[in-house]
Design a binder for this molecule. Sequence first.
Ligand code: F6R
Length: 612
Amino acid sequence: MCGIVAYIGPKEAYPILVKGLKRLEYRGYDSAGIALLNGDLSILKKEGKVSILEQFAADKDKHGTIGIGHTRWATHGVPCDRNAHPHLSNSGNLAIIHNGIIENYGALKTELEGRGYTFTSDTDTEVLLNLIEDIQKAENTSIEEAVRIALNEVVGAYAIVVIDKREPNKLVAARKGSPLVIGVGKDEFYVASDASPIIEYTKHVVYLNDEEFAVLNRNGVLDIKTLGNIQKSPYIQKLEMDLEKIEKGGYEHFMLKEIYEQPQVVLDCMRGRMNAEQGWIKLGGVSEFAGRINNAKRIIITACGTSWHSGLIAEYLIEELARIPVEVEYASEFRYRNPIVNEKDVLLAISQSGETADTLSAIQIAKDRQALIYGICNVIGSSIARASHAGSYTHAGPEIGVASTKAFTAQVTILTLMALQLAQSQGTISQSRLRQVLYEMETIPDKIRGALKTNDVIKEIAAKYKDAKNFLYLGRGLNFPIALEGALKLKEISYIHAEGYPAAEMKHGPIALIDENMPVVFIATNMSAHEKIVSNIQEVKARKGKIIAIVNEGDTIIKALADEVIEIPETDELLSPLVSIVPLQLLSYHIALMRGCNVDQPRNLAKSVTVE
Ligand code: F6R
């Protein structure tokens, strides 16, 4: 979704802002813009990529030591220059960048139009800015006070940064429901929607809380208050992120780099949390709330997209191993259906970004009804992490490719550990079986490395099937969520229509689609369902469907039936999702690349979905 970057200090702002916008490109956007204050406010903005903005700005005046920059992901109004941020107020004194949605912008706009304001864009943002201007004039007050009063009038979610050309020594930033982080340098401040544009300048950051606003002064003073005007003292934290982690490190795309990082990610995720020899697992959050989690009537898992798929895997694992009932719900449905939740429930919220609006709302509902909230997030200090009572970080490092890969594997790793820890404390797993699974977990990084070695075979398969119009992905048991995830990856980045199904469901409808033009990807690594999946493969073969099978190394039975096979190392069935997802990620990557798609920034998608 939209990205924010802003600077105030002794340096020229433009290069910092452009570089920051490039670092935010991964979030997904359709236009970009910058406002610089150098006596006057100059606005540079263009539909399209940041590189187009740079070309446009090449011969313009770009001086100024205070500035704001934005990448916009259209909500109100089509992507075009006019709707791109920053926006200027009617007087030309104020400029704003905004992430989020102002829900009551229609009513506010009518009111402002009645007072003579005019609007050049279709955005809710321009309405908010003119509301601030109107208040500033009516109350004859400072920019920060006008922002505070205005934000008390709006309904919705936002992260904003505002400049007033008559007050060139300050930036005003505020947030509610959309993240904002302030980088603290020597006599300078940075503001951004995540830490990636800031990291190369300072590791000291302050995360603004919901309904807080900050005044960043050129003299190095940072003033934070709540929208209710209560003074807060800034809590400065040290970022643990490295610059190299947000760069491509020799890979052609972030997605490919992140796919190849998975052995290390799984290792990092397990580090210090389990010991096979001694037979223990310890997720801090689970241990801290052991009583409530072990006595939970049920665990409700809520998430969106890929994170929802890892939730489905957790359902299989927790029910199988720990015998605690689990329900998995799309956060967007859960939040609007008046669910029955109470203090005996545990809500497990899974989110890579930790900022997904629907998941945050689902948490709020469950929290209001006294459930224990357990967050599984990748981004440290994110809103979901902070809204949870307990949780575990996945420690996958920043994921820049919009299509989630390593964050998913890290989620599945944590969820597997969680299921095993619960099973141990429930007494539903023997110590010898537990140790056997933990020993096998230690081999997973190597087995993922083995799966990555299929890259060349997958490239050849991708070349053969890249022009298909549709794909079906089928799997049974723990491989059913993997089928869903494989299909999602393909449609996200290659724009080929793809569906995932439980293999046995095929005959209840999707079988009608099968002919010689339909590639069907079977995830056939679970040996307990081997015979059954072989029957499903036969059914597809009988109808001339093209079979691409992911199998365990040495599986001659399926090899004899399939058009294409991708052989990956065998592992314990409970852990198979961690390995079998890898070839599907690579298949999507190569097909998308061969179709000329933008792998890292697929159209219409956003990395962190902060609006509902
Ligand atoms: C797919 C993908 C999305 C996200 C979804 C939830 O590759 O990344 O489906 O999984 O938008 O996002 P998080 O996990 O940040 O809550």
